[in-house]
Design a protein around this ligand. Structure first.
Ligand code: ATP
Ligand code: MG
Ligand code: MG
Length: 707
């Protein structure tokens, strides 16, 4: 890296340090001590609104000072004290980036929520039409998940655009990337050290967001080139810290330390403070908490910022639960289950509640949406549109719904099925079905729909009904046809022996085990919840871990001997949701056929990064030969869990500085239906460790045998 670029970067770092100490001195948060030089709260400064070009660096420093006011408590914050553009004008992208810089320096969730809340209020106050793109950018999304629009930009495209746009070689940029470990910082350093003859026009939120959409739309011949040119135009217009966040947004790696839940709380509170329409309902005592809760709850049943933002702006926060409800056409995140290790454990948990047991089928989770106009959509467990993959399923539900049914959402498992022998086939068979452009006539692997829940029927959401009622509706709304659509086999009994027998039958029928579900009490459908009301019991995991884990390969070791030329072992990690980091848990090279090993080695080779990401938590003792971007999820089975000084999974949860690792981990399969941030969480790992400890109290081992 050139020394000038380094200098600029380091001075940036010093600036941050300086700002931090300044902040201590005059944080607008402490209301008893007014800031020595507060910007005029009644008259917005609007210094730069008449300038279409980007502000000069000295004026950016002033803006940075001004943006510090976002840290104020929302109750004391005035949006006009920060917004420097006129009402109705497009929000400058710089505003969002300066706010990101501010958040980056914080670790406390409350302050982060305040900053995001106040930032959204500035947007609502001045340019509400920009609220949706701002929320989307803050969530690092460009559309709701079920629309399937992804930027899909690799580092290589950004590096090319940077090289061309800024007159550097790709080699030079790659070198800097190795030194800094973050492509955003490289982009920032390069842009800062580049002298510009003409000041570029300031980027606006809409410009950035629309360009992202243009990138997604490019397809076919020359699309790579066109995408790169879009990126180049954005980078060339970016100043100050904008290149950093542009790059991270493009990489889908914003990672400022706040998650979706923080953003949702902030959006609720921002709507509350900007509320001019509706009066506070009398029963609400803690409006700010309540507003946050409402938006989170609404998002869990309608994960679509477009609809929520529009409703907030037109009808306000208090009406949101009635204006935004679960609806056919937008998939909810599926309800999930907790692992158990014995029938008696499950019985104990549910002793006071009515419950049922169902076969746990080993196929692919699907949510089937049937619209009033007769169109059907099938969504995977991570809300991906899978309709094209299953034309036979579309035909089956349309044929087997009863005449009284005009719209519905079924939650089910699609399982490969041999209709001649009337037998379930293993997951591996299902996974051989092609993903796209499946013609009904060319289907080689038949599937049967095993329906276990009904979430919506004839215009009505059923999520709030108890399972008993939902299931009655399910049974009443469809005809069963063996091998096409069947209701999940179930048993409602309190008798341990009978349940044990049912479990054996499930396993004989090629199922993984049972799922226990509450029927009458605490039995509503809880989207995206790993709920206590659904307990899974897997036959081959009894008295053991209870479940497999879903882990992310983040590094690998070169193979030797027979494995020369491919990776010999992979470093795997679980995901810590609170800290937004991947934590190492084990390494494994077991469970791979030669073919699989070659495939995964080739695939992951294109994901090599020069240094571990800052959000990989690993001990120095483990040094893989290569590090990867976190891009995929593998299901892994292990003998047990053990406390480790080497691996970092769940560090701080069961031990203050030791982590948890897996003994004898073994690859089971790739999980195309899970994204890396949906991998097993540190909390789940800790829960499994504790459950195992309770199962065999005297067998605790403390070793790292699989190192
Ligand atoms: N009767 C059933 N009720 C609910 N889920 C079922 C049923 N039969 C099969 N399943 C499947 O079981 C899954 C839950 O258990 P499983 O252990 O397979 O979860 P997973 O997909 O590995 O995800 P996780 O481990 O994150 O819970 C559901 O997502 C669904 O795909
Ligand atoms: Mg499964
Ligand atoms: Mg699992």
């Amino acid at each position: 890296m050139s020394s000038s670029a380094f200098d600029v970067l380091m001075s940036g770092a010093r600036d941050v340090a300086k700002k931090k100490s300044d902040l201590k001195r005059k944080t607008p948060h402490s209301h008893s001590e007014p800031s020595p030089n507060p910007p005029n709260q009644t008259e917005p400064p609007n210094k730069f609104c008449s300038r279409p070009s980007a502000p000069s660096s000295s004026s950016i420093e002033e803006l940075r000072e001004q943006v510090l006011f976002l840290k104020k408590k929302p109750s004391e914050f005035d949006p006009t004290s920060v917004a420097w553009w006129k009402k109705g004008e497009p929000v400058p992208f710089l505003f969002l980036c300066l706010a990101f810089d501010l958040i980056q320096q914080e670790s406390g969730r409350i302050v982060m929520t305040d900053i995001v809340c106040n930032l959204l209020r500035c947007v609502i106050h001045t340019s509400p039409q920009d609220l949706l793109p701002v929320v989307n950018l803050a969530a690092n999304r460009i559309a709701p998940p079920h629309e399937g629009l992804e930027l899909g930009i690799g580092d290589a495209a950004i590096i090319k655009a940077l090289a061309e746009g800024c007159g550097r070689t790709e080699k030079h940029i790659n070198q800097q990337y190795t030194v800094l470990g973050d492509l955003g910082s490289v982009a920032k350093a390069i842009r800062l050290s580049q002298s510009m003859l003409r000041k570029p026009d300031a980027l606006t939120i809409t410009k950035v967001f629309n360009t992202f959409h243009s990138i997604v739309k490019e397809s076919g011949k020359d699309s790579r080139e066109k995408k790169k040119n879009h990126i180049k135009s954005l980078l060339l217009a970016a100043t100050d810290c904008e290149p950093l966040y542009l790059t991270r947004l493009l990489q889908k790696e914003l990672r400022l330390g706040y998650g979706e839940q923080t953003l949702l709380s902030a959006l609720g509170q921002a709507a509350l403070y900007s509320e001019e329409r509706s009066e506070l309902p009398p029963e609400i005592h803690s409006p700010s908490e309540e507003a946050a809760k409402i938006v989170k709850q609404v998002y869990s049943v309608l994960p679509d910022y477009g609809k929520i933002v529009q409703s907030l702006l037109t009808d306000g926060i208090w009406r949101l639960p009635t204006t935004c409800v679960f609806t056919v056409g937008v998939p909810v995140e599926p309800m999930l289950s907790k692992p158990m290790t014995s029938v008696s454990e499950a019985l104990n948990k549910f002793q006071d509640a009515g419950f049922t047991c169902e076969y746990k089928y080993d196929g692919e989770r699907a949510q089937i949406h049937y619209m009033d106009n007769g169109s059907v959509e099938i969504y995977s467990r991570n809300a991906q549109r899978n309709t094209e993959k299953f034309p036979d399923v579309v035909a089956a539900v349309s044929r087997l719904k009863k005449g009284t049914v005009s719209s519905f959402v079924i939650d089910c498992e699609l399982v490969a099925y041999d209709r001649a022998k009337q037998k379930l086939l293993p997951f591996q068979v299902l996974s051989t079905r092609s993903r796209k452009n499946v013609a009904a006539s060319g289907i080689k692997v038949d599937v049967c729909i095993f329906a276990f829940d009904l979430l919506f029927l004839n215009g009505q959401a059923l999520l709030q009904e108890n399972l008993k009622i939902r299931r009655e509706h399910l049974y009443a709304s469809f005809e069963e046809d063996s091998g096409f659509l069947q209701f999940a086999t179930s048993l409602t009994s309190n008798d341990a022996e009978e349940i044990q027998k049912f479990l054996d039958e499930a396993v004989d029928a090629s199922c993984e085990g049972l799922i226990f579900k509450t029927l009458n009490k605490h039995a509503t459908y809880q989207p995206s919840h790993r709920s206590r009301n659904w307990l899974k019991l897997k036959k081959d995991y009894l008295k053991n871990l209870g479940d497999t884990l879903d882990l992310v390969p983040i590094g690998a070791f070169h193979g030797r001997g027979q494995r020369a030329g491919v990776y010999g072992a992979f470093l795997l990690a679980c995901y810590d949701i609170d800290n937004e980091e991947f934590q190492t848990i084990c390494k494994t090279g077991t469970g791979f056929s030669r073919e699989l090993l070659e495939e995964s080695s080739t695939r992951l080779r294109s994901k090599i990064i020069p240094q571990p990401k800052t959000y990989y938590r690993h001990a120095e003792k483990i040094k893989p030969d290569v590090w990867f971007e976190a891009t995929e999820v593998w299901e892994v089975k292990a003998a047990d869990l053990t406390i480790s000084t080497v691996y970092q999974a769940a560090v701080g949860i069961v031990d203050s500085d030791k982590g948890i690792s897996l003994r004898f981990p073994r690859l089971i399969r790739f999980r195309a239906d899970k994204d890396p941030d949906k991998a097993s969480s540190s909390k789940q790992v800790a829960e499994m460790y504790n459950a195992q400890k309770n199962n065999h109290t005297n067998e605790s081992k403390s070793s790292d045998e699989n190192d």
